[in-house]
Design a protein around this ligand. Structure first.
Ligand code: LLP
Length: 427
């Protein structure tokens, strides 16, 4: 599952003791195992062995430049949702033509940047967007390729906040309107070649059934579209493959491929997938230091130097992240039920609730596991907290690939108007 393991009672990331990293960078720090991320990417490739599939890693899960650079060099494409993510991909040496661009709110400016860069495909999420993309491409004198993102109305059996394929979600276009949509596109879009169908039904999906259900609906729509003369060449199934945080038993890459490949046989469709969490989720931990223990008549709080501004998933989705000590020996003792909380002034600021574990002592280091996806990318400066450092480990080597922010970073871009400095007067 990942390359974090104990050696002589001490937590290692690949061949590096995590304690050594913490001694270098301080805490809180995200530590990524490159070997784990590449292993998951390879597993997907192998699962689809022999079938044409383009893997477009979903940058939103973790956009760290060093990780993106390593994935680009391994031949991976990218799924983006903003011009900012496109900038990252290009800075990391990713090829624009291997980029697909989704999202319900692309602006004309973002479209323009993506067209100029020459991205592979837009995933269009509304008719208004299709019209704006057509106008923008026309202004630049370019033709672009696109797919319509269809919403199949299936239940992905995942958390409500990360479900995207139900008819009440803001994503995609209703699948039952596909024929109408493609017909309208043929009539009125001049600069867009609509070449496929895109879908993404949710995230942290642990079963294959929602995928096969959505795929069956997509294939039925594609059959109807082809019967009307539309050339459909690609099918993008999106991301969403679940990982183990706690006791989940997610289907494996092999099981996923084995379930969908038979349905695609003979369909003459190029397959794209956009995994994010599957690649990086288990490849990262958040290392944090215990500051205080605080006992109240009803609870035991372990107060650490990292909080919801670093990892918001527990607060936002009630997500479970395992918390383990860096040194096993130091943490032996009777187990108690504790809440692991941060320094943020919010009751929602917790990393773990009701966790049965030996009580860690002040100064002890612990790791919050499976923090590689939607960890750093969702972090903020709330409560005036500089964002954490990021470290990449590869075998026995490690590098700080993003330095911890400083207090100067906190105010970067802010100015105090002269008039305020002089003392405010009524104008
Ligand atoms: N493709 C599209 C169009 C997406 O919207 C997403 C994720 C993905 C691919 C990648 O999904 P993945 O394979 O990583 O599940 N912040 C939430 C997850 C939000 C996912 C948003 N879209 C969390 O921490 O659970």
């Amino acid at each position: 599952m990942d390359l974090f393991h104990y050696r002589k009672n001490e937590l290692y990331c690949e061949n590096v003791p995590v304690r050594r990293i913490a001694a270098t960078t301080g805490t809180p720090t995200f530590v990524y195992s490159l070997g784990t991320a590449l292993m998951h990417y390879q597993r997907l490739l192998e699962a689809f062995d022999g079938h044409e599939v383009q893997i477009c890693y979903s940058v939103k899960a973790n956009g760290n430049l060093a990780l993106l650079a390593a994935l680009a060099r391994a031949g991976c494409g990218f799924d983006i949702v903003s011009a900012g993510e496109l900038y990252r991909v290009r800075r990391a040496g990713g090829k624009a033509r291997d980029v697909v661009f989704a999202g319900v709110g692309k602006t004309a400016d973002e479209m323009e940047q993506a067209i100029r860069a020459g991205i592979g495909m837009f995933n269009i999420e509304s008719w208004s967007e299709a019209k704006l993309l057509d106008r923008t491409a026309s202004k630049l004198g370019r033709r672009v390729r696109a797919a319509f993102r269809l919403n199949p109305d299936v239940d992905a059996h995942t958390h409500a906040h990360v479900t995207t394929g139900r008819k009440d979600n803001k994503f995609g276009l209703p699948i039952e309107e596909a024929e109408d949509l493609f017909a309208r596109a043929r009539r009125s879009l001049r600069q867009i070649e609509i070449m496929g169908v895109h879908m993404h039904i949710g995230s942290q999906i642990t079963e294959v059934a929602p995928y096969t259900k959505a795929l069956a609906r997509a294939l039925a729509a594609i059959r109807r579209l082809r019967a009307r003369g539309h050339e459909i060449r690609t099918l993008n199934l999106g991301g969403g493959l679940g990982i183990v945080y706690h006791r989940e038993r997610p289907s494996t890459a092999k099981e996923f491929a084995a379930a969908i490949l038979p349905l695609l046989r003979g369909q003459n469709l190029r397959l794209l997938i956009e995994p994010g969490r599957f690649v990086v989720g288990n490849a990262g931990i958040l290392v944090t230091r215990v500051i205080y223990l605080k006992e109240t008549p009803s609870r035991t709080f372990v107060i650490v130097d990292s909080g919801m501004n670093d990892l918001i998933r527990p607060s936002l989705y009630d997500a479970y992240h395992e918390v383990v000590p860096l040194a096993l020996r130091a943490s032996r003792g009777p187990r108690r039920r504790v809440d692991i909380v941060g320094p943020i002034c919010e009751s929602a600021d917790f990393l773990a609730k009701d966790r049965l574990m030996p009580i860690p002592k002040p100064d002890q280091l612990v790791a919050v596991r499976s923090a590689g996806a939607f960890g750093f990318v969702m972090s903020s400066n709330y409560n005036g907290r500089p964002r954490a450092a990021e470290v990449l480990v590869d075998g026995g080597r490690f590098w700080t690939v993003r330095r911890r922010e400083t207090h100067a970073d906190l105010v970067r871009g802010e100015t105090v108007p002269e008039a305020i400095l002089r003392g405010r007067r009524r104008s």
